[in-house]
Design a protein around this ligand. Structure first.
Ligand code: BJW
Ligand code: ZN
Length: 240
């Protein structure tokens, strides 16, 4: 299976990748679902919604502030680095991530769409201005804009639209990919979870790496069980 995946990846001119929380797990960033998912006794559906923020912005911000502090201490791992190597090898390459942690940027990937936003950005509910914010921990919760308005995390919650450009780029990449890698995602959250199916419909070879079987596993041509940081470097070879 690994040999097959390596061969397909090596010979593909056009590669697209979808990553989820599992790729950052080996950097110490908690995933959402599953046994390793650190949730402080909340479900994502209860904290990652506009309704939750309206009800209790303080609580939601405490959760994001806590996650920002964990992510600030994390470093990209072997899985992130293998994707940088892949971007450098392939003329047609696109990385689509559901992660908000910024570890792909820090590793060095540049051709990237962030479907669910970026935890290091904030947006003002008053004037609408979006900006970067690296402060850890934040001094006041919820943080405020210069205009006095309340800031919210620059991420995409359940029931919210994904950033249009990122989504378009993602569909485009899925449609043109000869090989589509799906790494460390439970493949439960839409529309991200539809992308591998788009690629399959266009004849792509889909290779999944996950610790556990997912909804996608039976559809993918190759589904590898294990850690992204261990398996991905084995299928990304040093050859151009
Ligand atoms: C490892 C590993 C290791 C661990 N190596 N593997 C169609 C059908 C049904 C529902 C919908 C639909 N279309 C839209 C919806 C509604 C909804 C949705 O999908 N709901 C489902 C849950 C049913 N989607 C939306 O609302 C989206 N918006 C939208 O569609 O707008 C249009 C619309 C609006 C209104 C109605 C209808 C349509 C928005 C989704 C936003 C998701 N936001 C979050 C929070 C982001 C901010 C933040 O970080 O706080 O995004 S939720 C959370 O889940 C986060 C993640 O990006 C996302 C996906 O999770 P991911 O990455 O897969 O992580 P896990 O934890 O689930 O899985 C980790 C995996 O890694 C596991 O499988 C492990 O085994 C594995 N693993 N270590 C390899 N070392
Ligand atoms: Zn403002």
């Amino acid at each position: 299976m690994i040999a097959q995946a390596r061969e397909w990846l090596e010979s593909a001119a056009s590669v697209a990748v979808l990553t989820g929380a599992g790729i950052s797990a080996e950097s110490g960033v908690p995933t959402f679902r599953g046994p390793g998912g650190l949730w402080r006794n909340f479900r994502p559906e209860d904290l990652a919604t506009p309704q939750a923020f309206e009800r209790n912005p303080q609580l939601v911000w405490e959760w994001y502030d806590w996650r920002r502090s964990l992510i600030a201490k994390a470093e990209p791992n072997a899985g992130h680095r293998a994707l940088v190597q892949l971007e450098q090898q392939k003329r047609s390459f696109w990385l689509v991530t559901q992660n908000v942690d910024g570890l792909h940027d820090r590793a060095g990937n540049r051709r990237i769409s962030k479907l669910h936003g970026d935890i290091w950005t904030v947006r003002c509910l008053g004037c609408g201005k979006a900006s970067r914010n690296d402060q850890v921990p934040l001094t006041t919760l919820p943080p405020r804009c210069e205009c006095g308005g309340m800031l919210r995390p620059g991420v995409v919650w359940f029931g919210e639209m994904l950033p249009q450009q990122a989504l378009e780029q993602a569909y485009f990449a899925a449609q043109r990919a000869q090989v589509f890698l799906v790494l460390g995602t439970s493949s439960l959250v839409y529309p991200a979870a539809a992308l591998p199916r788009v690629a399959l419909d266009r004849g792509a070879r889909v290779i999944e790496i996950n610790l556990e079987p997912t909804e996608l596993s039976s559809l993918a041509q190759v589904s590898l069980r294990g850690k992204v940081g261990e398996l991905l470097p084995q299928i990304v070879t040093g050859n151009k």
